[in-house]
Design a protein around this ligand. Structure first.
Ligand code: 7TS
Length: 423
């Protein structure tokens, strides 16, 4: 029995985290001489289990060639594996068809593809796009660039002081000019889980499409694009135990079919003449050039791993950790936790320490073996709204333990001690 199989037997109660951790060689090391590595930077990128690493090395050892080109044996094997990966992604987010699954290099590329392909073809100066104040720069800048090109107006759903979207404002902000609502499923700073289904329903009633930046939600909660009714969804492999350099753009079939391609080149065409071309059907139309082949196959192995553990079990584990982190950090004087109460949050806990800069906190935590991210986390407008320029962020995944959160708490106390001495 693999560790995944044995740990899922107890998934209903809790994950057997120690057994899962044995699948992640990188987590076993000690750093700074003798400190166990506590990797609490999973919102930036996660680690890979041996099965993902093996799937990639197996491909290179046995099956690798370029895809959709050769009629030779290796190319057919490679193409089969690449297309099986697409089917795996389809099932994972419950899309209707593989034609709705475009492989990109990541969330950023997926959102830019929509902004360029759909945006340039459908948006004009009288149109509006509704975003929120809590977006990652990846879901702000492409729309700002679209606005520069087309003159469209960008509007922003505000947040409450405790980091929840102010849905009451939707009625005012959503109008007949609104062509798209583009929102994060989960905030990468506040951890807030946004009510995507409700927002999608209201956006559709107003005649707008919905794009979900699912970089922080797909790895941590069940995603069903048919049930939620979203029109576009973007996520990255590297936040889901998969390789970097691979991401997904889900788009409803009719939308992708009507959109002009953004990048031109090999593969994305049906026919090419000296002066013109005809594009291929989706998803190929949006996959110009040699795609990230090994990365797609690694992503399929990551989806297998996460699915065997069970997304619901992972979400329950993270909920427990988030409640615990709020308890541990809440007991320390001088700590302000950002964002809502744990019941509205995924496994992301950002905080401020009175009179100590986030970069100093992260540096001292690192000396204790605790890896966190400090800064604006690519969400500068959100930090401005929160009245700060930087925060420290701890973020969890299926292999995170309560002991690691204890070490975070001890590291924060040690940081405060260093700064008290310096005063
Ligand atoms: N959207 C959200 C909500 C994100 O958290 C990130 C990455 C992205 C988009 C971009 O994903 P990429 O894979 O294309 O880079 N967020 C983070 C983070 O919070 N710390 O490092 C990367």
């Amino acid at each position: 029995m693999t560790s995944v199989e044995s740990s899922t037997k107890t998934a209903a109660a809790s994950l057997d985290v120690e057994r899962l951790r044995a699948d992640f060689p990188i987590l076993a090391q000690t750093i700074h001489k003798d400190k166990p590595l506590s990797f609490l930077d999973n919102a930036a990128s996660t680690q890979r289990p041996s099965s993902v690493i093996r799937a990639i090395s197996d491909l290179y050892e046995n099956d690798y060639a370029n895809v959709h080109r050769g009629i030779h044996w290796l190319s057919e094997r490679s193409t089969d594996l690449y297309e099986q990966a697409r089917e795996k992604v389809r099932g994972f987010i419950n899309a209707r068809s593989v034609e709705e699954i475009v492989f990109t290099s990541g969330t950023t590329a997926s959102i830019n593809t929509v902004a360029r392909s759909w945006g340039d073809a459908n948006i004009g100066p009288d149109d509006e796009i509704l975003l929120s104040v809590m977006e990652h720069h990846s879901n702000l800048v492409p729309w700002q660039q679209l606005s520069e090109r087309t003159g469209c107006r960008l509007r922003h759903l505000p947040i409450s002081d405790d980091g929840l979207l102010v849905l009451d404002e939707l009625d005012t902000l959503l109008g007949e000019r609104t062509k798209l609502v583009a929102l994060a499923g989960v905030s990468n700073v506040l951890g807030t889980i946004n009510p995507i289904e409700e927002i999608t329903r209201r956006a559709h009633e107003a005649g707008a499409l919905v794009l979900v930046d699912a970089a922080q939600s797909v790895p941590h909660q069940v995603t069903d694009v048919q049930a939620s009714g979203v029109d576009f969804l973007a996520f990255s492999g590297h936040k889901l135990l998969g390789p970097s350099g691979i991401g997904v753009l889900y788009g409803r079939r009719e939308l992708l079919a009507a959109m002009p391609p953004f990048l031109g080149g090999g593969s994305m065409i049906d026919e090419v003449f000296l002066d013109r071309f005809t594009p291929a059907e989706p998803p190929t139309k949006f996959e110009a050039g040699t795609p990230p082949i090994a990365q797609a196959i690694g992503l399929a192995a990551a989806i297998d791993y996460v699915s065997e553990v069970g997304i619901e079990a992972i979400a329950a584990h993270e909920r427990m950790l988030t409640v615990y982190a709020h308890e541990v950090l809440g007991q320390i004087d001088g700590v302000t936790i950002l964002g809502p109460a744990p019941e509205h949050k995924a496994g992301i806990v950002s905080f401020l320490l009175d009179r100590i800069h986030a970069h100093d906190v992260a540096q001292i935590l690192d000396r204790h073996g605790v890896a966190v991210r400090a800064g604006h986390h690519c969400a500068q407008p959100l930090h401005e709204r929160l009245g700060t320029t930087a925060s420290t962020r701890a973020s969890f995944y299926l292999y995170t333990t309560r002991e690691e959160i204890d070490r975070l708490g001890e590291g924060i106390l040690a940081t405060q001690k260093v700064f008290r001495r310096r005063k």
